[in-house]
Design a protein around this ligand. Structure first.
Ligand code: BV8
Ligand code: ZN
Length: 237
């Protein structure tokens, strides 16, 4: 499971870091339905600003390594709290987006997708049903997409290894997933330069940047796998 920290090395500010998005704004001030009802122009300006930052960002070695893992491992699932679409741009296919995707729009009323609509914060477009167009992300106080959450819980329950990468593990119900995995026997690994709420429960902690640590983990794992393969062949020979 990944959080905003995975995109930090791509230049996308995290939420809680000192350069974080939240340092200037309070999340409930902007990432919530009542913020949108109170001031839809401000909320859309904030999302258009973030879309612009994300549009200029490139996936980093952390995103790319997770895409490689998906290609080479039979039982691998990527769950993300991020809405920045960088996992898909790095080549990940089966991405469970718990909090939606900032590149998508939807109608606030009927929920129909409205991705092609040009957004002018001063004159927010409406759906044919009359509903205002909003970003297709999960706001505070909103339920997560049911299908995504149910699948993520099922995968966490079945996992033998759960990597919590670049997340402060503060936002629920996403923050429940590593503990569900651990309570069902998974080996729990945290990759984060800082300690988090999850650190005390982790079986192993890599204290560093995911863009540096993930490639090393993958390199080591593939080297060990190929040497194990080689020794197997010599034994059989
Ligand atoms: C819900 C999309 C049921 C939008 C996001 C009162 C009223 C209502 C709800 C609540 C309430 N009190 C609590 C709640 C529940 C609330 C919640 O958990 N609040 C928290 C703050 C306590 N949750 C919800 O509201 C959820 N819905 O509960 O519905 C319900 C319904 C009605 C009433 C009650 C309950 C919805 C939560 C989803 C919110 N949407 N995003 C948008 O993006 O605009 S959350 C947003 O913040 C992100 O998606 C992400 O999930 C979260 C940020 O967390 P992180 O990803 O962890 O990022 P953060 O900056 O915190 O940490 C970055 C980490 O990276 C750090 O640890 C840092 O050290 C590390 N790092 C930095 N650099 C690197 C690195 N790591 C690795 N490498 C690096 N280079
Ligand atoms: Zn509509």
């Amino acid at each position: 499971m990944t959080g905003a920290g995975v995109s930090a090395e791509s230049g996308v500010p995290t939420f809680r870091g000192n350069d974080g998005l939240w340092s200037k704004f309070d999340p409930t001030e902007l990432a919530s339905m009542n913020a949108f009802m109170r001031n839809p122009k401000l909320v859309w300006e904030w999302y258009l600003y973030r879309r612009d930052v994300i549009g200029k960002a490139e996936p980093n070695m952390g995103h790319e390594t997770l895409a490689k893992m998906e290609q080479h491992l039979s039982a691998f699932t990527l769950v993300t709290q991020n809405v920045d679409n960088l996992h898909r741009r790095a080549g990940s296919r089966n991405v469970i987006e718990l909090h939606g995707n900032i590149q998508r729009n939807k109608c606030r009323q009927c929920g129909s997708p409205m991705d092609q609509v040009e957004i002018d914060p001063d004159n927010i477009p409406r759906c044919s049903c009359g509903g205002q167009i909003r970003p297709d992300v999960v706001w505070f106080g909103e339920l997560l997409p049911e299908e995504a959450l149910i699948t993520a819980i099922k995968v966490a329950e079945q996992s033998a290894l759960f990597l919590s990468i670049g997340t402060s593990a503060l936002v629920y119900p996403a923050a429940d997933l590593p503990l569900i995995a651990k309570n069902n026997g998974a080996y729990l690994v945290e990759i984060n330069p800082e300690p988090t709420a999850l650190t005390p429960y982790a079986d192993e902690v890599f204290r560093g940047k995911s863009g540096e640590i993930l490639p090393i983990i993958w390199q080591t794992a593939t080297e060990e796998a190929s040497s194990a393969e080689a020794s197997l062949q010599t034994d059989e020979a």
